[in-house]
Design a protein around this ligand. Structure first.
Ligand SMILES: [Zn+2]
Length: 157
């Protein structure tokens, strides 16, 4: 069986700013409302459930709270150089130079801040923070960049 949690309906959403280096339009700094969805596949336990919805929602909200109302920068990018200098962060991408207050920024251990990479990041954080019962067989995370378009990642357990 499968559990499905829809981020738009459950307020598992965050608003953040990013850019995609070397992309025609998306290389300009811009923002999205992101919706985070979760699917958990597994057998039901003796209590008749796969896993408690409440635990899953809390875990997702804890992860996205760190991303909300921030500028998200790719710390592992080969084309964007991100440097922390005191209380400022600079990001150099092609001929563009950005500078942000450190408190407004999250530097992610990612090559790019795409929906795909954000899904990967959120999945890893959930796998680290959640205690998944043995009946859970797989977990999937979807990240929408606005409604209607998003990326999904799956992890078999
Ligand atoms: Zn974007």
């Amino acid at each position: 069986m499968k559990l499905k949690l829809n981020g738009w309906d459950l307020n598992m959403v965050f608003s953040s700013c990013h850019f995609l280096a070397e992309h025609d339009k998306c290389s300009r700094l811009h923002g999205h409302n992101y919706g985070v969805h979760l699917t958990v596949k597994g057998d039901t336990g003796p209590d008749g459930i796969i896993m408690d919805f409440v635990i899953l929602k809390k875990a997702v909200k804890a992860v996205i709270e760190d991303l909300d109302h921030r500028v998200l920068l790719p710390g592992n990018s080969k084309v964007t150089r991100v440097v922390v200098d005191g209380d400022q962060v600079t990001a150099d991408s092609g001929n563009k130079h950005y500078s942000f207050p450190l408190e407004d920024v999250v530097i992610l251990d990612l090559d790019a801040v795409s929906a795909e990479m954000l899904a990967h990041f959120i999945l890893q954080r959930l796998l680290n923070s959640l205690e998944l019962p043995p009946n859970v067989q797989a977990i999937g995370v979807g990240v929408d960049e606005g409604k209607g378009q998003g990326a999904w990642i799956w992890q078999k357990l």
